[in-house]
Design a protein around this ligand. Structure first.
Ligand code: NAG
Ligand code: NAG
Ligand code: NAG
Ligand code: NAG
Ligand code: NAG
Ligand code: NAG
Ligand code: NAG
Ligand code: NAG
Ligand code: NAG
Ligand code: NAG
Ligand code: NAG
Ligand code: NAG
Length: 813
């Protein structure tokens, strides 16, 4: 800061603010703020003044949250130059700059704006806004400087700092030196200056040596942050950087206080303070594991936290320095074992062409190029295979074709999530399947290939299109979004809908197991003509589900319409639906506490994705145990989107003419008034959660001793501090009391009568994953009353309705 010239200009009128004004948020020229006085934002959220951090006695001007028991400093003005005693002042200099002065009128810090004409300070104002932004405005009330553009170590909702694409100036967060010293520390954080839509933490005066990398943004999440969908409460957005010529990420949140802080030790944390509890909970942080540290395993090495040792070479690669590698010194990484054909000098080598090896669940390497000419995975493969310097490629939804023309660095293999990457290898490193895969995609090859719907998260239409004979590309617009299968192939796959293949009968018709020509198992839902799932619901389900991709949602693979027949084909779930196990007296013990907890979490994630993270924003409207399918690892997948509805982002709730859903899971406002919102799903989730814990259906529930229903029983045992009594006796041994109490608490919060009292799925995730401390007390739900008891008359209607069966329609008011 050009302190020299500034001190020359500064002639301050040091008026002390009178005491009765201590709660003001504006400083005008002529005013100054001595140590000991503060500005407080209009809504009393933020406060600005002098403070001493940690054990230090130095005085700094900073902004913190007003009236918190522990001071949380968000911004520091004179971080490099503290006032050594309590004689400091904050004021507006005659040239219009905001300055921090010590007792001898030396300028320790200044906003550094070009000086205004000599009399302009009389109209400069400084205001601490309610969002925590400190603004220096000119006489016209136009901002000249703001703390949000000059951050220290904290990123608040509404901040928009990043890379200016015209000037290449990159605004970064900079950590403190230590808890006691806000001076610029060893770490910085910001947008990749190479414009790759990644966030980095660097060590050293930024940008220095990379320490952590978020992975590229795919439009919704950072692809390198495992589980970001469920972990991130308040979605980031990327600026419209072509328009604005500035690349930055921003987030907004106002249901609770949020902050991201780059700690002095190089860890970034996301902290949330729920209004009702007053406790900051750390919601996410990075890097946390060894593998999250940038390029832990060197080039062509891949890191996996579950493995010991954590580093290994990618297929076809071996350690560059074997001795060092064995000793756990991964720094020199791995080298290719067999040269690529395309790289050889061509001297008589008649080997087979190089090919690509698929690696799953990858945190894609750094430094990818983006090829915008390839618009699907095959195009991407073709582009990469044509250029020998292309080492690998990946096709990522929301980004497109990524290719690497440089050594692959910072590769992590996740235990779930991540992306597929195709690594270029010499033919002799590939196995038969990979070779076939490579042949198949070669434009010239016409060989028929086995049907393969794979687990590939790539373009499903693409995959099915490859499988020739069962496709029926004929006309029907209803299947627009999906691969269309011919009716004949469906008949064949299900042995003409034979009884032996019947998996069950859902709300809208029977579901069969089918085996497609390549051996792929699928579930075939045949909508019966008078099922009630009419044209609208069918179309609805197709349109919605075709666009959804999440590991806790069932995937639809194709559809078929012929005459009256409407058929949907889904991925097959070997373990059927949750109710089949959970409510079966003999089989329920197969679900121990850990599996149940995983199911609860999985369903919560899937629902959160529907409510918030998917592009569509969807209310499911019929969440219940029989709509939760279980895969071979007992991971839950939400199914049956026939009744789901999209809602706009600004739309809070919707009224419907037709009340659909299942009794026992329907929220009071929905069942009675036909009003549904995301909170109706939260209610159903609550019922489901409690059912999972106690292993009983709400609708069949009848506690022997009292005539309480499920919710009543849960409420009673929770209130009497005896949640174990509520837990399914077959799993009591395997469960953790802390987890169970937390779950019951969350469940009871979800089934509160008033939709507004219920948490959002985001908060549910926080509560499930976070500490128990952050959970509030539920209100007693009305439906706890004994059956036939004297409840309010409005609820009587529901009580006594047989809730045996699913999907009932009635006309709402
Ligand atoms: C400050 O917080 C205390 C308790 O945390 C509260 O009782 C008091 O009303 C608050 N004061 C203001 C001005 O908000
Ligand atoms: C103050 O500034 C205004 C315009 O910026 C100018 O017109 C006026 O003459 C100045 N007054 C003095 C006393 O310098
Ligand atoms: C300063 O500018 C900001 C943003 O333009 C505005 O919100 C604020 O009200 C202004 N304050 C004053 C005192 O002019
Ligand atoms: C923020 O809160 C205000 C007032 O509570 C509300 O009107 C507004 O819709 C909220 N904005 C968002 C983005 O949630
Ligand atoms: C910052 O870097 C210096 C010099 O490399 C080192 O001495 C110090 O321990 C580092 N501090 C932290 C918090 O890492
Ligand atoms: C940095 O400090 C936070 C707590 O303040 C801790 O959770 C984190 O593990 C620390 N990181 C490192 C790398 O020590
Ligand atoms: C790790 O190995 C590299 C060479 O592969 C060597 O230069 C370096 O000194 C080694 N580091 C340690 C800590 O042994
Ligand atoms: C091949 O890829 C490299 C690295 O991405 C690139 O520099 C080069 O221009 C490409 N060559 C062709 C012919 O596209
Ligand atoms: C399938 O079964 C229906 C009746 O069950 C029968 O009418 C039809 O001919 C059968 N189709 C084939 C291809 O076997
Ligand atoms: C779930 O499916 C897998 C694979 O089909 C099977 O091995 C396992 O026994 C099933 N579990 C239960 C509880 O049925
Ligand atoms: C649960 O079942 C009882 C009847 O057994 C019914 O009265 C109640 O409405 C159902 N739903 C809830 C949420 O308790
Ligand atoms: C209720 O469910 C049971 C078992 O699922 C079934 O046997 C019975 O037929 C059903 N009753 C009605 C009325 O649907």
């Amino acid at each position: 800061m050009a302190i020299g010239y500034l001190s020359a200009v500064v002639v301050l009128t040091l008026l002390v603010i009178p005491d009765h004004c201590h709660a003001k948020d504006i400083l005008t020229a002529g005013d100054s703020l001595p140590d000991g006085q503060t500005l407080i934002s209009a809504g009393e959220t933020f406060e600005l003044g002098f403070f001493s951090p940690g054990r230090s006695t130095n005085r700094y001007v900073g902004i913190w949250y007003y009236n918190f028991s522990t001071r949380t400093v968000l911004w520091v003005a004179n971080r490099q130059d503290p006032v050594r005693d309590e004689s400091g002042r904050l004021g507006i200099a005659d040239d219009g700059n905001l300055v921090v002065l010590d007792g001898n009128q030396n300028v320790l810090w200044s906003t550094g704006l070009p000086p205004l004409s000599s009399n302009s300070s009389s109209t400069t104002t400084v205001q601490l806004l309610e969002n925590g932004n400190l603004m220096v405005n000119d006489s016209g009330g136009v901002a000249r400087w703001e703390s949000f553009e000059n951050p220290t170590d904290t990123y608040l909702p509404g901040m928009r700092i990043g890379l200016d694409l015209r000037t290449n100036v990159n605004q970064l967060l900079r950590s403190w030196k230590s808890e006691d010293d806000p001076a610029a520390g060893n770490f910085s954080m910001g947008v990749d200056p190479r414009r790759s839509t990644q966030i980095f933490i660097w060590e050293g005066t930024g940008p220095g040596v990379p320490r952590w990398r978020s992975g590229r943004w795919n439009g919704q999440v950072f692809t390198g942050i495992v589980d970001m969908i469920s972990t991130y409460l308040y979605g980031f957005r990327l600026s419209d950087f072509l328009q604005e010529q500035k690349m930055y990420f921003y987030y907004n949140a106002n249901d609770s206080l949020h902050r991201y802080v780059l700690k002095w030790n190089g860890t970034v944390e996301h902290l949330i303070r729920q209004d009702d509890t007053g406790v900051w909970s750390r919601y996410w942080e990075a890097p946390t594991t060894e593998c999250e540290t940038y390029n832990k395993c060197g080039r062509y090495g891949s890191c996996s936290d579950e493995n010991t040792p954590i580093c290994s070479c990618l297929r076809g690669f071996v350690p560059a320095v074997a001795e060092e590698w064995k000793r756990g010194n991964w720094s020199s990484g791995c080298v290719r074992r067999r040269a690529l054909l395309c790289e050889s000098d061509g001297s008589g080598n008649q080997g087979e062409d190089d090919g690509f090896w698929k690696i799953e669940r990858v945190k894609l390497p750094d430094s990818s190029d983006w090829d915008n000419n390839a618009n699907d995975e095959d195009g991407c493969r073709t582009a990469c295979s044509r250029n020998c310097s292309c080492r690998a490629f990946a096709y990522v939804d929301g980004i497109g074709c990524l290719a690497w023309g440089v050594d692959l660095v910072d590769i992590q293999i996740f235990s779930s999530g991540g992306n597929n990457m195709y690594l270029r290898l010499a033919s002799s490193e590939l196995d038969r399947t990979a070779k076939e895969q490579n042949k198949r995609s070669r434009p010239a090859a016409t060989a028929t290939v086995p049907f393969d719907l794979g687990n590939d998260d790539g373009n499903r239409k693409q995959q099915v299109t490859r499988s020739f004979h069962i496709l029926d590309e004929s006309k029907d617009k209803q299947c627009e979004e999906l691969p269309v299968l011919s009716f004949e192939s469906i008949i064949t796959s299900t042995s003409n809908f034979s009884k032996a293949n019947l998996l069950g009968v859902g709300g809208f018709g029977p579901v069969y197991k089918g085996i497609l020509p390549g051996g792929q198992e699928v579930a075939v839902k045949r909508l019966s003509r008078n099922s009630g799932q009419g044209h609208d619901e069918f179309k609805n389900e197709i349109i919605l589900i075709a666009q959804l991709q999440h590991r806790n949602l069932v995937r639809i693979l194709g559809c078929c319409i012929q005459g009256e027949e409407k058929i949907l084909v889904y991925e097959y779930m070997p373990n059927r639906s949750l109710d089949v196990i959970l409510f079966d007296p003999k089989r329920k013990r197969l679900l121990d506490w850990n599996s149940r907890y995983n199911i609860i979490e999985g369903v919560a994630r899937g629902l959160l994705y529907l409510h918030r993270d998917s592009r569509l924003r969807i209310i499911h409207r019929d969440l219940k145990a029989s709509n939760i399918l279980l895969d071979s690892e007992m991971s839950p997948k939400i199914s049956d989107f026939g009744m789901a509805r999209m809602f706009g982002t600004d739309e809070k709730e919707t009224n419907t003419q037709r009340v659909v859903g299942t009794f026992g899971y329907m929220s009071p406002e929905y069942a009675m008034q036909g009003v549904f919102s995301v909170k109706s799903d939260v209610y159903s989730f609550g019922v489901l959660l409690l059912e999972i814990i106690c292993g009983m259906k709400n609708s069949s529930f009848m506690h022997q001793k009292s005539s309480l229903n499920l919710l009543g029983y849960a409420w009673k045992s929770w209130n009497e501090d005896n949640v174990m009594e509520f837990v399914d006796p077959t799993i009591r041994d395997s469960c953790s009391l802390t987890q169970v109490s937390k779950c019951v608490n969350v469940g009871l919060l979800c089934v509160q009568d008033r939709a507004n009292d219920r948490p959002t799925m985001s908060s549910v995730m926080v509560m499930l994953e976070g500490g128990a401390a952050a959970i509030s007390q539920p209100r007693r739900p009305t439906f706890v009353a004994d059956i036939g008891g004297d409840t309010e008359s409005s609820t009587d209607k529901l009580i006594g309705i047989s809730s045996n069966n699913s999907i009932t329609q009635l006309i709402g008011r």
